[in-house]
Design a protein around this ligand. Structure first.
Ligand code: ATP
Length: 322
């Protein structure tokens, strides 16, 4: 398969050592590698694919620790930069007992926010067959212009453009700015993945006529729109067909990274066969593979430690080859 380049944030998540507490109640925190695009790159690599990461961390112990994590997962870090004037981004994250995630970010500003266009590994971007990105780097300058420059280069090089929205409302100056920023690059994607909650935010709509709401996010150039929905798997929309693929029943302990594993699984299969975007049977089997990746990731704590390998996915799906 071709090279999958994931672009964006790479940071340290501090997660409470006990479950179901608020950040204030947490007695202690354990550090975990985080950042949605980095999780996607690790997932692709675990599955046996070819993945690279582009972004910036601080030239500090945490930044180098994150680089080591990517390298030990065989993710190409040629495009990773180290900033000697800004720290690696930190986030304290907890899943409270009421099921809500609580975040506290330390980015004032962090290294990832300060990436400039001259730091882009243009050759790596040109070599990508898939370019995957989110919306966190769009929040402020100069990282916004840098992401736009990287996307332009990837598009001109013929990469498949993959967008996982990843709404983090608290990081944007206002909900309006978040809406505008996220939608500002909507037209450039071949493939967009949103969660159920993100659809609600982006369309300001209820859930009653979901298909109509989702179709307001459709664009003529889009090849695939995916809405993920936890254990209920995902809905898919293409020019020619739409439907749902259910996920697999597992004992979920921590859903962190499920969406990223889902994307990683899909991009991995797509890298081998882009034609499946026009073939519903093939697409459904790729989405089944993606759902299995998401499901497996929920069975262990943290995102990167519980990313699946190919064997685990095939076992859950119940086939020996795909
Ligand atoms: P994240 O928690 O990483 O932000 P997300 O909201 O982007 O995730 P989800 O819908 O939670 O995405 O999960 C992505 C995919 O992972 C789902 O489409 C499903 O296939 C799988 N998945 C998630 N949670 C479960 C679960 N409890 N049981 C089975 N499969 C799951």
């Amino acid at each position: 398969g071709g090279l999958i380049v994931a672009y964006g944030e790479l940071l340290i998540d501090f997660v409470p050592t006990v479950a179901g507490v608020s950040l204030a109640e947490a007695p202690a925190f354990k550090k975990a590698p985080g950042g949605a695009p980095a999780n996607v790159a690790v997932c692709v690599s675990r599955l046996g694919g070819n993945a690279a990461f582009i972004g910036k961390v601080g030239d500090d112990e945490f930044g180098h620790m994150l680089a080591d994590v990517l390298m030990s997962n065989k993710v190409d870090v040629e495009g990773l930069r180290f900033d000697s004037n800004a720290r690696t981004a930190l986030a304290f994250v907890t899943l409270r007992s009421d099921g809500e995630r609580e975040f506290m970010f330390f980015r004032n500003p962090s290294a990832d926010m300060l990436m400039v266009p001259s730091e882009l590994d243009e050759d790596l971007i040109r070599r990508s067959s898939t370019f995957h990105y989110g919306s966190i780097s769009l929040i402020s300058e100069p990282s916004r212009s840098t992401q736009c420059a990287a996307m332009k280069l990837a598009r001109e090089s013929g990469s498949l453009m993959s967008y996982d929205v990843n709404l983090r409302l608290a990081l944007w100056p206002s909900p309006e700015a978040a809406h505008e920023g996220i939608m500002s690059i909507w037209d450039q994607a071949d493939l967009i993945k949103v969660s159920d909650e993100e659809v609600k935010f982006l369309t300001k709509g209820g859930n009653d006529k979901l298909d109509e709401v989702v179709l307001s996010l459709w664009r003529p150039n889009l090849k695939l729109l995916l809405v993920t929905d936890g254990p209920d798997g995902c809905r898919y929309y293409t020019r020619g067909f739409k439907g749902r693929v259910m996920s697999f029943k597992v004992d979920a302990v921590d859903t962190t990274g499920a969406g990223d594993a889902f994307v990683g699984g899909l991009l991995h299969i797509l890298a081998k066969n882009k034609g499946l975007l026009d073939d519903e049977i093939a697409l459904r089997s790729a989405l089944q593979f993606a759902c299995a990746c998401g499901a497996i990731t929920t069975t262990g704590k943290g995102a990167i430690p519980s990313m699946p390998d190919r064997k685990a996915v095939l076992k859950l799906i119940g086939v020996t080859t795909i």
